[in-house]
Design a binder for this molecule. Structure first.
Ligand code: XMP
Length: 520
């Protein structure tokens, strides 16, 4: 990743921990610009002028073997404050003559009690008494303190849980201050940024808006940009930002797959065309999508068919527009972090995102990704600052393949209609009862079985509608939402009475893991 060399910042060297991106989040929440870089990126940096602090993340590697990912020793001579977290602490220890061993018996996963041993700038205001609860995830431990370092805190199993070399401004923490399970963890990061690195607050998402717009203007000049607009938060923010930068040279293409929620496509089209006055081309492709999905049951095949068809149609339509040079995408920062390997090892590479937005490279268009430095909640704030309506900003995530992966088994236009009606009732009731914004994602799905019921005096034989609602921070893990019995009663009643084709409603009470949020 190209690092931004113009701004004072903290850099985070990613050794492949699953929670590295949380470090970046915490730093930005504290009002300081930060970037996550790989070791390779670090080795390429020539000018360290704007780098005011370096954080070394955790990771799956161990320093107890011959070849381990290490930072170049010159970095320790730059006089830039360094904070090592977990593997980062072990790296610091080994580089300064400490000793680390694999501690199978002494490994710590989950909550541990941290005991204060000495005072430090890093731990100012961190403890209430002389102990604190922290979140651990490690197998190796530092068992010999490196020379000129001081022990600041320990747990029962790891004697050197926090260490410091005050003179060199190098600090190490064995636990994870970036996760919320560590009580007051953010205070440690805050102390590192402001007391040790002496950073000033320089990051506010809304002040980034003008910079993004200027960058787009400079990059695109008088060329044309195409953008696939779905009406979700990301593509909507991308379209509005680009529109602010280049106005008439942006063409948004909306491909109606017929797999969206009730009226969603129509409303999005009207909003962007009439309210925001964007140049939007609407392509009705539902017939071809239905046709290609006939008799397809396998979820992965459904996803592939939809993804490929979407790309084909988008490509065909954008070829009709003259002088297009750029393709705009709503790639977010977590997508960038997750889809590249931190250390070059295969083990730390997380699955690439399964997003229909992943448009083809062979289109020969250059990419613009105005959101590639931002997290989802930052994108929502950006959306607010470009005047995006609250309904879109607060919209639950919706998967690229749409309702196709919420109709389990074969897809038919009749089933889509049933599902759209049920979903519409469910979502409207959530909004009415002020529950919608308390939930990460809610939807209805149609199960591929019919069961017997009785309505009036007649026997019915109809589909089962499943409702799902989960709480989550990032979609990686999720807990099912605890509705009141009254709400469940109301929903069941409204769906059965309002939707022809459904005679049974069930609530999915599984969390992720072991289930996923979507059913397919
Ligand atoms: P799962 O089902 O894997 O979903 O727990 C996690 C989050 O990702 C969304 N999702 C998708 N989003 N294209 C997308 O853009 C997809 O193919 C896709 N599949 C799942 C899902 O809705 C949830 O928010």
């Amino acid at each position: 990743m190209k690092e931004n060399s113009k701004k004072e910042k903290i850099i985070i060297i990613d050794f492949g921990s699953q929670v590295t991106k949380l470090i970046a989040r915490r730093v930005r929440e504290l009002g300081v610009f930060s970037e996550v870089l790989t070791l390779k990126d670090l080795k390429r940096i020539k000018d360290f002028n704007k780098i005011k602090g370096i954080i070394l993340s955790g990771g799956p590697a161990t320093v107890t073997v011959k070849n381990f990912p290490n930072i170049p020793s010159r970095i320790f001579l730059l006089n830039i404050p360094i904070l090592g977290i977990c593997y980062g602490l072990q790296l610091i220890a080994i580089n300064f003559g400490g000793k680390v061993k694999s501690g199978r018996k002494r490994r710590e996963f989950g909550r541990a009690i941290l005991l204060k041993k000495n005072s430090s700038l890093l731990t100012k205001n961190f403890y209430k008494t002389n102990k604190n609860y922290v979140w651990m995830s490690h197998q190796d431990i530092v068992y010999k303190l490196p020379k000129y370092f001081k022990k600041i805190a320990s747990t029962k199993e790891s004697p050197y849980t926090i260490i410091e070399n005050k003179f060199k401004k190098i600090y190490g923490i064995q636990f994870h201050p970036e996760v919320t399970h560590t009580k007051n963890g953010k205070i440690l990061i805050k102390n590192f940024l402001f007391k040790i690195c002496k950073m000033k607050k320089n990051w506010k998402i809304t002040s980034e808006k003008e910079r993004i717009i200027k960058n787009i203007k400079n990059k695109v000049k008088n060329n044309k940009v195409v953008c696939a607009l779905s009406g979700g938060v990301d593509s909507s923010v991308v379209a509005l930002l680009i529109n602010k930068a280049i106005k008439k040279n942006l063409v948004c293409i909306m491909v109606d797959t017929g797999l969206m929620r009730k009226n969603e496509f129509k409303l999005t089209y009207q909003l962007f065309k009439k309210k925001y006055k964007l140049n939007v081309k609407l392509i009705n492709a539902s017939k071809i999508f239905y046709k290609k999905l006939t008799n397809i049951i396998n979820p992965e095949r459904k996803r592939k068919i939809i993804g490929n068809l979407f790309i084909k149609i988008f490509e065909k339509e954008s070829k009709k527009i003259k002088n297009v040079k750029y393709l705009a995408q709503g790639t977010l920062y977590p997508d960038i972090i997750e889809s590249r390997s931190a250390t070059g090892s295969k083990s730390s590479k997380i699955k690439s995102h399964h997003n229909v937005g992943g448009l083809p490279k062979k289109m020969n268009l250059k990419l613009i990704e105005p959101l590639r430095e931002f997290f989802k909640d930052e994108v929502r704030q950006l959306g607010k600052s470009v005047g995006l309506s609250r309904e879109i900003i607060k919209k639950h995530p919706f998967p690229g393949p749409g309702l196709a992966i919420r109709i389990i088994g074969k897809i038919t236009p009749e089933k889509i209609k049933i599902l759209q009606e049920a979903d519409n009732i469910f979502i409207n009731e959530l909004i009415k009862d002020k529950l919608y914004e308390k939930i990460w994602q809610a939807y209805t799905a149609l199960l591929p079985v019919k069961t017997v019921g009785v309505m009036g005096d007649s026997r019915t034989y109809e589909y089962i509608c499943l409702i799902r609602a989960v709480k989550s921070e990032d979609g990686m893990t999720a807990d099912y939402f605890n509705f009141s019995k009254e709400f469940l009663d109301k929903i069941s009643n409204k769906i059965i009475n309002g939707v022809i084709g459904v005679n049974r409603v069930v609530y999915d009470i599984t969390s992720k893991p072991p289930s996923t949020i979507e059913l397919e």
